[in-house]
Design a binder for this molecule. Structure first.
Ligand SMILES: N[C@@H](CCC(=O)N[C@@H](CS)C(=O)NCC(=O)O)C(=O)O
Length: 215
């Protein structure tokens, strides 16, 4: 198979790409990279992706990092079903929600950031989780407000979009780190609607070949 995705079952950035691949009906070989064991920092993986992060995506001669860039590539290569809603404003709202998650929330809750907090600043497991919850709550508040305006069955209207592709993995993280989701009823509702779709089910961490039980 010429399409490969280097992935870790609970990497939310890889989870986004898995959802997009499934929505587009693009089959891909999943190549597991064990983040907890540090495989992403090894020479073999860095020779592919010098950034030392997943996802890493290969489609024939194209090899690409960054989940949103990969998703845009898929959107360009396979326009239907569209991952951005119709209409200028709605397309921008879907991107806005995606960027709150991918640019504002996710980078500061990443494994290497949490590890740095522990090794250099003595953060305990509880402190790491509290840090993550703090930044997720800040972003989720903004998204919840936007959803009042944009949500239908899904985050922006009645079809799953880039916004839902980013929301579902981030809510998976939020539950993992024990964030109280009660203040975000719209976010919870659109997450539930999206997670019921086959493309999202197949992409879920528990359905990955490298899934492991445990914290
Ligand atoms: N902005 C990147 C983020 C990629 C990223 O940070 N991936 C995480 C997993 S979600 C990772 O590989 N972390 C490994 C580490 O922190 O060492 C994207 O959207 O693809």
């Amino acid at each position: 198979m010429s399409v490969q995705l280097y992935s870790y079952y609970r990497s939310s950035a890889a989870y986004r790409v898995r959802i997009a691949l499934n929505l587009k009906g693009v089959g891909a070989e999943i190549v597991p990279v064990h983040l907890r064991r540090g495989e992403q920092r090894g020479d073999a993986y860095r020779a592919l992706n010098p950034a030392g992060l997943v996802p890493w995506f290969i489609d024939g001669t194209v090899a690409l990092a960054q989940s949103l860039a990969i998703i845009e590539y898929l959107e360009d290569a396979h326009p239907m079903p569209a991952l951005l809603p119709a209409g200028l404003a709605n397309r921008a709202y879907a991107r806005e929600i995606a960027h709150i998650i991918a640019c504002d929330i996710h980078p500061i809750g990443n494994l290497r950031v949490l590890d740095k907090l522990s090794t250099d600043y003595g953060a305990t497991p509880d402190a790491r989780a509290a840090w993550n919850r703090h930044w997720m709550a800040a972003g989720f508040g903004a998204i919840e407000t936007r959803l009042r305006q944009t949500a239908g069955m899904f985050a922006v209207g009645d079809a799953p979009s880039l916004a839902d592709i980013c929301i579902v993995p981030q809510l998976y993280n939020a539950r993992r780190f024990g964030l109280d989701l009660a203040p975000y009823p719209r976010l919870v509702a659109v997450d539930a609607a999206a997670r019921a779709l086959p493309a999202f089910i197949a992409a879920a961490p528990q359905n990955q070949p490298d899934f492991e039980e445990g914290p």
